[in-house]
Write a protein of this length. Structure first.
Lengths: 337, 337
DNA sequence: ACTGGCACTCCTTCTACCCGAGTGCCAAGT
DNA sequence: ACTTGGCACTCGGGTAGAAGGAGTGCCAGT
């Protein structure tokens, strides 16, 4: 029911609208793209496209604007992901290679992605649940306080202060630390609760209350807090876009971790790009924004996701190219460290 | 040259303009404040105030608006810091008490301050240079990689991955770790370079290259990276303000660490409030914003600063009250942990 | 199936205009 | 010497109408 030319028209409309930010009319269309037919013909096609819900006109006597459904079709069938220029590739490399710890990697990534796409970038920290324990450290920092540091194979370092409610001997701490490392070394975090279940039996009775406290904090850190950390950058890029709704809503949404989490979606297959357009979005205030996201990680397994948020009227091919490239590169960086 | 009534007029103008966001005229002024004189008299006073540069009119036949100089006088001599309501005090307590590590304290603080003032909040992490070492941890995370973790008495945890370029034996690592802790425990970070200067001599010749690498990374972490970390929240609160300049400039400035640092100013005496108004600001894009900042820390010594950024047209007494209260409370929290 | 022509719609821009808030100044009053 | 009421003046903002123009839908012809 949509022949090739109608699809070409839709594609042209999306492209023109994205680049000019103005409703596109039939005349402008034939001038800018060599469609080989007259404006009148295009008008007929447009009428059909509109009837089917792919485009709409802001008011009579204005050009057409793609609807969310139109963008969806464009993304699914009419566009190909645009590879980055070599200059951009080089920028990614030089920018990310200087990073020296996970915080730095994530921080650089989010700024890079924002700059590359001129939109808002969102990066989730590698999820704890898919990581495994590389090392557990237990350090007394005061009379009745221990600091628990957990280092994962993804470079993530979690720290928690533990109140012991009673002084703990150095020896006990050292013993407990050794035990923890024995139980947990290399262990997937999801399997951690099982791995430490019989640990209390191995500590002297006197130390059991402390051990229990430490364990409960440890498990809490792993289970409750897991994959909550997420950052964004490039809010300034929103300023020059005029949103139909208030910019405030978008900024508010961005400051809520929970919303950001849902925005990026489930961590699925590492290499898949997800595009969520306008009303497909879970959050109320983001109805006129789109999100392009991808998982990143080591090998096939996605550790977390990153993506870009912008107006529905965005340059999908380029954005998708940037997101994909950055996701891959971050995966490599993480694999190497 | 400015008698009491003229000062009262200026105060009234600032207050009215802040609350209504509209140029205030002589008639409105006598109606809303009991000044006991006629509009004509006020007009004369206004003319003087304008001549002296405290107020200005956007155009002839409009009311008056305070200038930066006017706000300055208001803040310095015409206003008193407004204490928080008890509800607000309670909010601070309940919100900050749940924090369990430094990241969390800082994160909660910045969100709290943003919410309290309905503006953009900025919080600097406790400076490394004024902290002392509580513990140094050195953990092998791969064949040729060590993770260096540095824990300070302010609860800050710094981590760096170190490439050793050669495999290192467990024993050597343990020895080095012990040495580091002996040298550095309780040591002020500023004195760290001296404290470790003779450390290389104490390690076996075979391990000296590794020790040197570790030390150089350690010192680099302490010296170069120090006090760079800073966060902000509440950007959404900027959206409903209409800036004379573009909102984009402000958002851009906020995303640059360096600018944020200079914004808060030097960490001086812990309890002093600094107010920087409009053009007093160091940064180009922030010429129509004001910053209210305070140091926070344990006791008299300021560890770092926090503050609020908003339009010059802000409610200074309340903002100053909130900043002061939060700074004090964060100091208490840090002292206790 | 495509095309040119044409009438129609309706947004946008421009102009002219009025209204009113607010001012500065002045002369008179205290 | 300050304060006050009166008054003319200025200028921005809002409204109404007109002109302009981009774009459409439809129709009849090829």
């Amino acid at each position: 029911m949509l022949d090739d030319r109608k699809l070409a028209v839709l594609r042209a409309i999306v492209e023109d609208y994205v680049s000019t930010n103005e409703p596109v009319g039939s005349k402008a269309l034939v001038e800018r793209h060599s469609l080989g037919v007259s404006p009148a013909t295009i008008r007929n096609d447009m009428a059909v496209l509109e009837e089917q819900g792919y485009i709409t006109q802001p008011h009579t006597s204005a050009g057409r604007v793609p609807t969310d459904k139109g963008y969806r079709l464009f993304v699914d069938r009419l566009s190909t992901i645009k590879p980055l220029s070599s200059a951009e590739r080089r920028a990614i490399e030089t920018f990310l290679n200087g990073a020296y710890d996970l915080d730095d990697v994530v921080g650089r990534t989010v700024r890079l992605l924002a700059q590359l796409t001129r939109q808002v970038a969102v990066v989730q920290y590698p999820s704890l649940s898919r990581s495994s324990v590389r090392h557990v450290e237990l350090v007394p920092v005061a009379d009745q306080r221990l600091l628990l540091v957990l280092i994962t194979n993804t470079g993530r370092v979690e720290q928690r202060v533990i109140e012991t409610h009673a002084p703990v001997a150095e020896d006990s701490v050292a013993h407990l630390r050794a035990l923890l490392n024995t139980c947990l070394d290399g262990c997937r975090l999801t399997e951690a609760p099982g791995a430490v279940s019989d640990l209390p039996e191995q500590v002297p009775p006197d130390d059991r209350p402390v051990a229990a406290t430490v364990l409960s904090v440890l498990l809490e850190t792993l289970v409750e807090k897991h994959e909550e950390k997420i950052v964004f950058a490039g809010a300034a890029n929103l300023a020059h876009v005029d949103f139909s709704q208030s910019l405030r809503d978008v900024l508010e949404a961005l400051e809520e971790q929970v919303v950001l989490m849902r925005l990026l979606g489930e961590a699925g297959d590492s290499s898949t790009l997800t595009v969520r357009i306008g009303t497909e979005n879970p959050h109320e205030g983001l109805r006129s924004t789109s999100v392009v996201a991808a998982g990143y990680g080591v090998g096939d397994q996605a550790l977390a996701r990153l993506g870009v948020l912008g107006p529905t009227r965005m340059d999908y091919p380029s954005t998708m190219g940037a997101v994909r490239a950055v996701a891959r590169y971050v995966g490599q960086i993480l694999a190497g460290s």
